[in-house]
Ligand binder design. Structure first.
Ligand code: URA
Ligand code: CA
Length: 435
């Protein structure tokens, strides 16, 4: 088999066989296929597309390129969640303890953030002492003991995806439905949960710009999940402004703690409730959505969701007292951004807010960047809010010198106009089965 012939075949729009796809993935992972040939194939895929069968074969080949994690040692239906990349998205830190407090094991191996999207692991590390490095055995033991563990990836899971994703990033081939679906699903299936809820973001700041494109991606991921015998539901959510009010690390953990006590922002709670309902039903913890909702509301209002989070923090070596008193979190020096216009907030460019947060020190420029866990942004005004000249739009937390540039950039993220606009609906669509 020759890579040249495979590139030629895809360039002409033909369907690749499973053997050919395995040859490509093995060869690229072990270095016998060079970047320039892989780049050409990726571009041909973007232009000529893949069938569902090819996408399945690609996903399988990427899973088999590395280690897989066997979670069968955990009792019950293990659930996991994945988001396609939001700004200020603290959902996992609320969702995990919430479903765990209702008896469903939440076993999540997470990644670090790169660029404007923060990683769950970085956020968790703003709690002093908390350790996210765990052996597989520890991960399984903890989940059995308290129904929840969140840790960094152990071992080499899907090395093919890691290498291909970096290449896609440099060759304008990230944005293809089949490549995104296989990339996400290979990682999730390799780490073993039985049921998965996917939060698929749509909007200017997301990979998928339209509801139609997001629906197609969701359907493909649900089909792949089913082919690998994992129950999968995709929830398509709007990302036309950041989720909640906090964007950063410590600030987002504080927001998660508030939300776990039913004192968080409305949009974050709305999303968490929908995702939790799907997971609880997939896991068979409840028979119908109404009962699931009732369970969720109970756990958020009686303190059991927050207690579960504290249990997890302490079992992983963290200082649980930070959850009782969030003023203990050390935030970087604060600067206020004031409005130079009066009217209503009509838009907040989430991508831009994410970029500013990164520049303040909350995100990574490169994999080696050191984060300032106290850096970030708190949005006092969101879509639909009335603003007068001089009102504080947002607080910026940073140790960086050039606050003026950050303020100017953040001001640009806001669109303020005379008409009051209601924010668009957050939950746009649920894709749970594809005929
Ligand atoms: N997230 C991933 O992990 N992979 C993609 O291709 C896109 C988003
Ligand atoms: Ca947030």
């Amino acid at each position: 088999m020759h890579m040249y012939d495979i590139i030629e075949k895809k360039k002409n729009g033909a369907v690749l066989s499973t053997d050919e796809i395995n040859f490509v993935i093995q060869g690229y992972t072990d270095g016998t296929i060079p970047d320039y040939q892989m780049s050409a194939l990726l571009m041909a895929i973007c232009l000529q597309n893949m069938t569902v069968e090819e996408t399945f074969a690609l996903t399988k080949a990427m899973i088999e390129s590395g280690e897989t994690i066997d979670l069968s040692g955990i009792e019950g239906v293990k659930v996991d969640k994945h988001s396609t990349g939001g700004v200020g998205d603290t959902t996992s830190l609320v969702l995990g303890p919430l479903v765990a407090s209702l008896g469903v094991p939440f076993a999540k191996m997470s990644g670090r953030g790169l660029g404007h999207t923060g990683g769950t692991l970085d956020k968790l590390e703003s709690i002093p002492g908390l350790c996210i490095d765990m052996s597989k055995e520890q991960f399984i033991d903890n989940t059995n003991a308290i129904k929840i563990a969140i840790c960094g990836q152990t071992g080499e899971v899907t090395p093919a995806d890691k290498k291909i994703y970096a290449l896609r990033d440099a060759t304008a081939t990230v944005n293809h439905k089949g490549l995104i679906a296989s990339s996400i699903m290979s990682k999730k299936i390799a780490v073993g949960a039985d049921a998965l809820v996917l939060d698929v973001k749509v909007g200017s700041g997301a990979f998928m710009k339209t509801l139609e494109a997001a629906t197609e991606l969701s359907q493909l991921m649900v089909v792949l999940g089913e082919q690998f015998k994992r129950k999968t539901v995709a929830v398509i959510t709007d990302m036309s402004e950041p989720l909640g009010r906090a964007v950063g690390n410590s600030v987002e953990v504080i927001e998660a703690i508030d939300t776990l006590q039913n004192k968080g922002p409305k949009d974050l709670k709305e999303l968490v409730v929908v995702l939790a309902e799907k997971l609880l039903l997939l896991a068979g913890a409840y028979d119908n959505p109404e009962d699931a909702r009732q369970g969720i509301e109970g756990a958020l209002s009686d303190g059991s969701a927050l207690s579960k989070f504290k249990e997890m923090v302490e079992l992983q070596g963290g200082d649980g007292s930070y959850l009782d008193d969030t003023s203990k979190f050390e935030l970087s020096p604060a600067f206020e951004l004031k409005s130079d216009a009066a009217g209503y907030v009509q838009k907040i460019d989430a991508l831009k807010v994410g970029e500013v947060a990164k520049n303040l020190g909350a995100g990574r420029e490169t994999k080696e960047s050191i984060l300032d866990l106290g850096a970030g942004i708190y949005l006092h005004k969101k879509i639909g809010d009335r603003v007068e000249i001089g009102d504080v739009l947002a607080t910026l937390y940073t140790k960086k010198d050039d606050v003026d540039t950050a303020k100017a950039d953040l001001l640009q993220a806001y669109t303020i106009g005379t008409e009051k606009q209601d924010g668009s609906a957050l939950i746009l669509k649920v894709v749970d089965h594809v005929e």
